[in-house]
Ligand binder design. Structure first.
Ligand code: T3D
Length: 266
């Protein structure tokens, strides 16, 4: 595993840490491959029941590494090749698919600035704990690019179409407090408490009813693109699956016994 992404699994919680602090966690090719592969590993590992995505240093992730990118642009121009944009297909899209479709919750622990694709990762998580010193920017149009990393889907769903267009057309920095007001940050905590709080939230989810959480993710994603009639059918299917889980039986028995359920993730 490359050092640019750290991976640790402990008691069902996988902590994935973007680790290029000297580059503000900008994503070069090695980091993108490592992040994609690590997320896919966490997704398919049944012993992992929740994921915490965070980063080292003063930034969360400033998106594409533009210092590497300038060289790739020059090479592409010299070759007359269009291979540069393959990074969306090969890296960013699989990363966002892994975050949004993995059958377990993902918490983003946003320790600092999130820009471009870095903002996309934050928005693709299921829950966002944000340091009060963190800032955000879409960044893309500032370098004459359009939105990627799912932002044209996630951002308007969180903040509304009008504000999403504003933030994409005029990519200013916005604060943790604004992110909370607009529904992006689930909670804002003092920067010094970010790691502890984000880990506590992710650990609580890792100890929860994993199959029910997976069904909730699936139903929300499905409902956002379907009618009420179709949604009711999907809910019927997913509730049957959750209702047949071992954890559902454990929860009901614990409720009636006035005890705290101990879930097994099955
Ligand atoms: O084909 C494709 O690749 C498409 C894929 C696109 C995905 C994307 O993510 S596109 C968006 C790329 N990201 C950006 O455009 C963000 C650029 N950065 C900024 O706007 C600002 O740096 C921030 C708002 C993020 C932070 O501002 P601030 O004032 O806190 O820091 P700074 O002074 O601007 O930057 C500090 C250093 O980080 C500086 O390096 P230096 O001068 O100390 O050597 C700066 O160049 C570097 N840095 C910041 N962002 C990037 C970066 N280096 C490489 N890549 C970056 N993205």
């Amino acid at each position: 595993m490359a050092d640019s992404v750290l991976y640790q699994v402990s008691d069902g919680l996988a902590t994935i840490t973007i680790n290029r602090p000297g580059a503000m966690n900008a994503l070069d090719i090695e980091a993108k491959v490592a992040l994609r592969d690590t997320l896919e590993e966490a997704s398919s590992d049944p012993s992992v029941r929740a994921v915490l995505l965070t980063a080292t240093g003063r930034a969360f992730c400033v998106g594409q590494d533009l210092k590497e990118h300038i060289g790739l642009l020059e090479t592409a121009r010299e070759n007359g090749s269009g291979t540069l944009m393959n990074t969306v297909r090969e890296h960013y899209n699989p990363i966002i698919r892994a975050l949004t479709t993995m059958p377990k919750p993902v918490v983003a622990g946003v320790n600092g600035v999130a820009a471009g694709a870095g903002l996309g990762f934050v928005l693709a998580a299921d829950h966002r704990v944000v340091a009060d010193s963190a800032t955000f920017t879409t960044a893309f149009s500032g370098i004459a690019l359009t939105a990627d990393s799912g932002i044209s889907w996630t951002l308007p769903r969180l903040v509304g179409q009008s504000r999403a267009a504003d933030l994409l057309l005029f990519p200013r920095s916005f604060s943790a407090q604004e992110a909370q007001e607009w529904g992006i940050a689930n909670e804002v905590v003092p920067a010094g408490e970010l790691a502890e709080r984000a880990t506590a939230v992710a650990r609580k989810l890792a100890e929860g009813p994993t199959l029910a959480y997976a069904a909730i993710k699936e139903s929300l994603a499905h409902a956002s693109g379907h009618s009420l009639a179709e949604t009711l059918l999907k809910e019927e299917e997913l509730q049957a699956r959750a209702g047949a889980s071992e954890d559902h039986a454990i929860a009901v028995a614990a409720f009636l016994a006035k005890e705290r359920p101990v879930y097994r993730g099955r």
